[in-house]
Design a protein around this ligand. Structure first.
Ligand SMILES: [Zn+2]
Length: 362
């Protein structure tokens, strides 16, 4: 497949009649993929003894082949996906100039470097905190087909030493299928969010972006989650942060707004009162009580109205995409330890041999 080639020019080169292109693509919307060809891809033509086209095939990637094969009625489209074998690989890096340079030198792909930065993004500000001599270790999934690396998967375990302070993270999927990164001891990564700001509360109204009402011409939306609970029930900050509002806030009644880093903001409304010391500008810790359930503002009954904002946009706090810190307990914690300890041991062992090798070289 060279520059300027189309399916028609390729048919011509293969000695096939130009009209056949139309037959091959007729009544087959998937076959359109054969008209969007990338330079460098090889198109294989399978011909019968009489020189009739039996099939054409393109290897899209190491993992994907598409083909059109002749049957009684015409040409049938088929997509074959190769399932790669998963291996684990290890990389070690030392920062001299940037995380990207060090990551590349350690053999990590752009995606893996981004993933590494995301994992530790709550602890380390990669724009400001990085120092020469910072180090990282990563155990990650490698996809192989016939022994050849074709891609990478997730980071399974990672360690970052930033200005002498060590952070460790392991990936774990709990029994309900939620995947998150935890510290080695099973506690969640700092500054991830606890999902529920009120214990033992009932969700009385869920998040909805609503739709434009045709007559009222107003968007009926509920851009938060309501937790019904008796007046006076404690409300917890769902993440570490700084109080940027604490006071009367229109329909929200007594409300607290907390800023968590540069990305996240949480809002807590209808409080009966604020906890001692909660005022504009103070720092709060995850789980700290910031106020108590009430029905101030526009509330028909006692409940907490809770909002989650990502870069100023309203987001459903119950959505699985947010960095939530559901604590591991009981059987889940045991399972976590059994799965993740070997990964950390592997990382430590690989690091020891890398360092020993470096010592020999110097
Ligand atoms: Zn509400």
């Amino acid at each position: 497949m060279g520059k300027g080639d189309t399916l028609s020019t390729l048919f011509a080169k293969a000695g096939l009649p130009a009209a056949l292109v139309h037959d091959v693509l007729a009544n087959n919307k998937d076959a359109k993929q054969f008209t969007r060809l990338d330079v460098g891809h090889t198109v294989e033509f399978l011909l019968s003894a009489k020189g009739e086209l039996q099939a054409l095939r393109i290897k899209q990637s190491d993992l994907e082949t598409i083909s059109l094969s002749k049957n009684g009625k015409g040409y049938v489209f088929k997509r074959d996906l190769t399932k790669p074998e998963m291996h684990t690989a290890y990389a070690h890096g030392r920062i001299d100039s940037s995380l990207f340079t060090a990551g590349k030198e350690a053999g990590l792909s752009h995606d893996l470097i981004m993933a590494l930065a995301n994992i530790f993004g709550y602890d380390i500000d990669f724009a400001l905190d990085l120092r020469e001599g910072d180090q990282f270790d990563v155990v990650y999934e490698q996809q192989k087909v016939n022994g050849r690396q074709v891609g990478t998967g997730a980071i399974l375990a990672a360690r970052f030493v930033n200005r002498g302070k060590e952070y460790t993270a392991v990936r774990y999927t709990n029994k309900t299928g939620n995947t998150a990164y935890y510290r080695a001891d099973g506690t969640s990564m700092r500054k991830a969010f606890i999902r529920t700001p009120v214990d033992f509360a009932r969700i009385s109204s869920r998040f909805s972006m609503g739709r434009l009402h045709p007559i009222l011409n107003k968007i009926r939306a509920h851009k938060g989650v309501d937790y019904a609970a008796p007046i006076g029930t404690p409300i917890k900050a769902t993440g570490d942060g700084k109080v940027i509002e604490a006071g009367r806030k229109g329909g929200y009644g007594n409300a607290v707004v907390i800023q968590h880093g540069s990305t996240y903001t949480t809002v807590y409304g209808h409080m009966s009162r604020f906890a001692n010391g909660i005022r504009n500008g103070v720092a709060v810790k995850q789980g700290q009580i910031i106020g108590f359930v009430g029905m101030t503002g526009l509330a028909t009954g006692p409940h907490l109205h809770y909002e989650f904002h990502v870069n100023g946009e309203y987001v459903d706090p119950l959505s699985a995409k947010l960095p939530m810190a559901d604590p591991l307990a009981g059987a889940d914690r045991k399972r976590f330890m059994a799965q993740t300890q070997p990964l950390i041991a592997r990382m430590d062992q690989e690091k020891t041999s890398v360092l020993a090798m470096n010592k020999q070289q110097h």
